[in-house]
Ligand binder design. Structure first.
Ligand code: C5P
Length: 315
């Protein structure tokens, strides 16, 4: 059988609010968040060929220790009880350690694309369970769009699309460690702040308006890296209607009333790397995937939306 290949996107996410409630007995933290996919993306050219032993080869990017792409591919093959050679050319555009979920999104892209390439159907609940073992953010990237995240981020509920935005994402060369950010924040968590946070978060989700101080990590991460607070202040000073750090940092984003306003704000920041972005709704997410997989024709006439996870119509 010949190799099969496909090139798929792996979108980044931002958090439109992130509340850390308490440390759980399993040492993870219970959180409440609103995830949102954005147009910044990695790209994965994946191929699969049955073989006697499983081999996963990743090119196109400097070696990443414990690459989630490798682990995701092996998780799919092992779940299906099959061996094969998986080759991935990974084009990284999403900076790592930036709170944008780049590695998690790459892993989710493999979980969606590899069964498709292999002509196998793996239900969403199974993909989510495999994803949650790889990382707390991975299940979200199986869905995309705007979603409410509970638990350690793997318990997901769809939310209405967040309104379109002219986004500016600033990715300073600061690697913010997620476990360290949790550790620093954990010390200050109290049962008093817990109720306040839940009340505030409910209000944010019902109103669809994220709070100005809606990411709990900002306090501890901004204290460690004061330049990040400076970036948020600069974006707000340049007219952003909203600005926040994403995840446990280090990227900071702002929403502007026009793309021109976002560009001017980028110019104000000097040398910090900055990217204009748009929000990616769940419908867009699926449409882009369908195009990438060459099945957009097959879903064109569907009124409810495409089958998900995407199925290979030729198998
Ligand atoms: O799940 P993931 O591998 O992305 O998490 C990385 C680390 O972040 C965990 O090992 C844990 O220290 C911390 N974490 C946490 N609570 C969460 C998510 C992550 O404490 N909800």
């Amino acid at each position: 059988m010949s190799a099969r290949h496909v090139t798929v996107p792996a979108f980044a996410k931002i958090n439109l609010g992130l509340r850390i409630l308490y440390k759980r007995p399993d040492n993870y933290h219970e959180l409440r968040t609103v995830f949102q996919t954005i147009s910044l993306q990695d790209s994965l050219a994946l191929s699969f060929e049955p073989s006697v032993e499983t081999v996963v080869r990743i090119d196109g990017t400097p070696e990443i220790a414990d690459n989630l792409v490798d682990r995701a591919a092996r998780a799919v093959l092992s779940h299906l009880g099959r061996n094969g050679t998986v080759h991935c050319v990974l084009k990284k555009r999403i900076p790592s350690g930036a709170g944008l979920g780049g590695g998690s999104s790459d892993a989710a892209a493999v979980l969606l694309a590899l069964p498709f390439l292999m002509g196998e159907a793996v239900p969403m609940t199974t993909l989510s369970a495999l994803g949650a073992k790889l990382g707390s953010d991975v299940p979200f990237f199986l869905y995309g769009g705007t979603a409410l995240g509970l638990g350690r981020g793997e318990e997901l509920y769809p939310l209405p699309d967040f309104p379109a935005q002219n986004g500016l994402l600033v990715t300073p060369p600061v690697h913010s460690s997620t476990p360290e950010a949790y550790k620093a924040l954990s010390a200050g968590l109290t049962s008093f702040s817990l109720q306040n946070k839940l009340d505030g978060f409910q209000q944010e989700v019902w109103s669809g308006v994220p709070a100005a101080d809606g990411n709990d990590f900002e306090s501890v991460v901004f204290d460690r890296h004061p330049e990040l607070r400076g970036i948020k202040d600069s974006l707000l000073g340049s007219g952003a209607s909203f600005s926040a750090m994403s995840g446990s940092g280090s990227s900071v984003f702002g929403f502007f009333s026009s793309a021109g306003g976002a560009k001017l704000a980028a110019a104000e920041l000097g040398d910090y790397p900055a990217h204009l972005f748009e929000l990616v709704s769940r419908a867009d997410y699926r449409r882009v995937w369908a195009e990438a997989l060459g099945i957009s024709g097959a879903i064109q006439n569907q009124t409810i939306g495409m089958e998900w996870p995407p199925q290979n119509p030729h198998e």
